[in-house]
Design a protein around this ligand. Structure first.
Ligand SMILES: Nc1ncnc2c1ncn2[C@@H]1O[C@H](COP(=O)(O)OP(=O)(O)OP(=O)(O)O)[C@@H](O)[C@H]1O
Length: 303
């Protein structure tokens, strides 16, 4: 089985709102597949339909080569879902939360699995702690452990690291990398474009559509642009000046400006413009565009 997930032409409306406008994609077994895009782009709706929790208005979902509408119960036993609203029980301990989810999933012989998961998520020292007393990062790791108790073959994660501090995020990603080594397939929605870079493939969602779907490297190459990064000051003046003088895609990141250029000859004319505005350029370099650059570029192209 190559494609463990196949969705075809999914459409879903909420009243007048078209949350999904005919999306299709397939996920290979063992992939770490990312759904990226702004709030409201349709990522959660797509995941809920793929988990069989919401029906589409049109289109099909096949998991493990079977149609979800025909085999919902059997398929749901083989998948895990960590939703944005996944709720732990604050008045239960770490151990008791996992036990509770084991019961929900009818896992009777759960103790060995629980120990493995606590080891795996490095939560063992905290097993007797009430869930409400855990840090944000630990809560997410416990939620992940709960959604893995029944050994799912596909794991759907909806923004699992939103609001989690950077160190815990890194820790969480190490755990996900171990899951991939164990041949679990992961589909993960994330608003963080740096997380998208860690996925084997990415679907970029915008306004209910998929505007690009490929490896991060191929997506970056696909636009045929280079990123010119300039460190200069006063940065705001430089940004305003460039916006008024050139039509390129320009983004401001702290003390640097990123400009997408098609042709290296453009560098000279951009530097001339900055010079004419008495902008002091401390550094400049050409890099491949970031996923964020590309995403903004693709969205603008469609407007
Ligand atoms: N239950 C609902 N009723 C009405 N509209 C909804 C409902 N759920 C989602 N929507 C709308 O459908 C669109 C897609 O939402 P969805 O939650 O799938 O996007 P998302 O990319 O996951 O964003 P977020 O990260 O904010 O959840 C949005 O316009 C949203 O407001």
């Amino acid at each position: 089985m190559k494609n463990i997930i196949e969705i075809n032409n999914l459409r879903r409306k909420y009243g007048e709102i078209e949350a999904l406008r005919g999306i299709s994609l397939s996920v290979n077994k063992g992939e770490m597949f990312g759904f990226v895009g702004p709030d409201g782009a349709g990522k959660t709706t797509a995941i809920r339909i793929m988990c069989g929790l919401l029906n589409p208005n049109e289109g099909t979902v096949r998991l493990f080569e079977e149609d979800i509408t025909e085999n919902r119960n059997a398929i749901q036993k083989r998948i895990g879902y960590l939703s944005q609203k996944f709720s732990l029980y604050g008045d239960l301990t770490v151990d008791e939360n996992i036990e509770f989810f084991a019961e929900i999933h009818n896992v009777s012989d759960y103790k060995k699995r629980r120990d493995e998961l606590l080891e795996f998520t490095r939560l063992k020292p905290f097993r007797k702690r009430l869930a409400e007393k855990l840090s944000g990062g630990m809560k997410q790791k416990l939620a992940l452990a709960c959604s893995l108790i029944h050994k799912p073959e596909i794991l759907f994660l909806d923004e699992p690291t939103t609001g989690v501090d950077p160190v815990s995020r890194r820790d969480f990603w190490k755990i996900l990398a171990d899951l991939i080594k164990d041949k679990i397939t992961i589909v993960m929605a994330t608003p963080y474009l740096d997380e998208a870079e860690r996925c084997s493939r990415v679907a970029m969602f915008n306004n209910g559509e998929i505007i690009a779907c490929d490896t991060p490297d191929n997506i970056k190459r696909s636009i045929g642009m280079t990123s010119l990064e300039i460190v200069c000051k006063p940065i705001k003046n430089a940004y305003d000046l460039l916006l008024s003088e050139i039509n390129n895609d320009i983004q401001l990141f702290g003390d640097r400006i990123n400009i997408l250029i098609r042709n290296k000859d453009e560098v000279e004319s951009i530097l001339k413009i900055l010079n004419s505005g008495n902008i002091e350029v401390a550094d400049k370099r050409l890099t491949e565009p970031s996923i964020e650059n590309v995403f903004m570029y693709l969205i603008k192209q469609r407007k």
